[in-house]
Design a protein around this ligand. Structure first.
Ligand SMILES: [Zn+2]
Length: 378
């Protein structure tokens, strides 16, 4: 019924875990008392960013649906189909939007590049502020834009929202945000997604209401997957639960088929394809340029990063932290056959290919060079 990304919760009840915190927030929105400066605190995978978008939808939804609780409480919801809801939900896949914004910036002239900060805006009244790559810090220029935009009344919804997707501020950026956090206009709400609240400046923390979210334990995620993804093998459910790191939405929407295919290719590359390099290049050739190729290549590089991390974990003597649990035996054999220096070299090569992709190099060319490097190194 909606044009949401498949993994986005269609209603508040589809957001798993943390039901008490969420009821509190929905009640506040229904009563028009959503805090103007709000911290959503919780570990990676707890769904902070997704929840921030859901709150924005509940605030901006054209239909303002309400659920009546047995206690007589009214809970805010979102319809998920109006123009406000769908535009806000289209920001769900943050990484893709950030990658596109970074790629667009790469194409600018050097002088303009320095001035351009990455900001995501799918709805005119909802501005999303991610950490700015490559340093991944929230910078002064981003905060200045927020301060400036906050002076203008909302144009299409009843309120204006500013969502900071992480809280690693540069010092001057944090300081310049203080005044707005303290005295935001009536129509403005700032939401900060914070992983480690202890690292926030006390001056920021003291100006915000704090709502804490917990990640789902891995066992609970596995049970959820057993219920919703019975067609998956148990070893794959364990794998996905680990990879999702407590995030139910991520686990349920996980592309297991795409992941295992990409991982098989990543393994071919890591093994250097033995003596038969032609098999290797036949494989890299299937990674074409264009939007499809980009998604496929990103998945390949991500799975390769995971494999290399697992190899490091095995060499470091912490096998319990390995995430590719369904192929641990094979990884153990690989880890025994390579040196730490080899893994480091491969990781560096991987970083180069990843940043090369950001610069829009011909994708299979840089993959080929990387594959060759791995093969020669081995
Ligand atoms: Zn709506």
């Amino acid at each position: 019924m909606t044009s949401f990304p498949a993994t986005f919760p269609a209603t508040f009840t589809d957001f798993l875990g943390n039901s008490h915190a969420i009821e509190g927030l929905r009640t506040a929105i229904a009563a028009g008392r959503l805090p103007h400066s709000l911290i959503l605190a919780g570990p990676q995978g707890a769904g902070k960013y997704t929840l921030a978008l859901m709150l924005a939808m509940a605030v901006e939804c054209e239909r303002q649906p309400r659920e009546l609780w047995s206690t007589g409480q009214s809970l805010a919801s979102y319809c998920g189909v109006c123009a406000n809801c769908t535009r806000i939900a289209s920001a769900a896949d943050l990484q893709v939007l950030v990658d596109n914004a970074v790629a667009a910036r790469e194409d600018l002239r050097e002088t303009d590049k320095k001035e351009t900060r990455v900001l995501i805006q799918q709805h005119p009244d909802v501005l999303i502020v991610p950490p700015d790559p490559p340093q991944l810090l929230i910078k002064l220029g981003q905060v200045r834009t927020v301060i400036q935009r906050a002076q203008y009344l909302p144009s299409e919804g009843p309120r204006k929202l500013f969502i900071f997707t992480a809280s690693n501020f540069m010092k001057e950026a944090a300081n310049s945000l203080l005044k707005l956090l303290e005295e935001p206009p009536d129509y403005a709400h700032l939401i900060l997604c914070v992983e480690n609240i202890g690292e926030l400046l006390p001056t920021i923390r003291s100006r915000c209401a704090v709502v804490r979210l917990g990640a789902l334990p891995i066992e609970e995620l596995e049970m959820l997957l057993a219920d919703r993804r019975p067609e998956w093998q148990p070893k794959h459910r364990t794998l996905v639960a680990r990879l999702a790191q407590g995030a139910a939405g991520k686990a349920l929407g996980f592309d297991l088929e795409g992941f295992t295919a990409a991982r098989a290719d990543a393994l071919v590359m890591l093994r250097g394809a033995g003596d038969d390099h032609s098999a290797l290049f036949k494989m890299t050739e299937t990674y074409r340029a264009g939007a499809d190729g980009q998604v496929k290549t990103s998945m390949l590089l991500r799975t390769m990063g995971l494999l290399l991390e697992d190899l490091m974990l095995l060499q470091a003597g912490t096998p319990e932290l390995v995430r590719n649990v369904d192929m641990r035996g094979e990884l153990e054999r690989m880890a025994a056959a390579v040196t730490f220096g080899w893994i480091e070299g491969a990781s560096r090569g991987l970083d180069q290919v990843t940043s090369g992709m950001r610069r829009n190099l011909l994708r299979n060319l840089s993959l080929d060079a990387f594959a060759e490097q791995l093969a020669n190194q081995g």
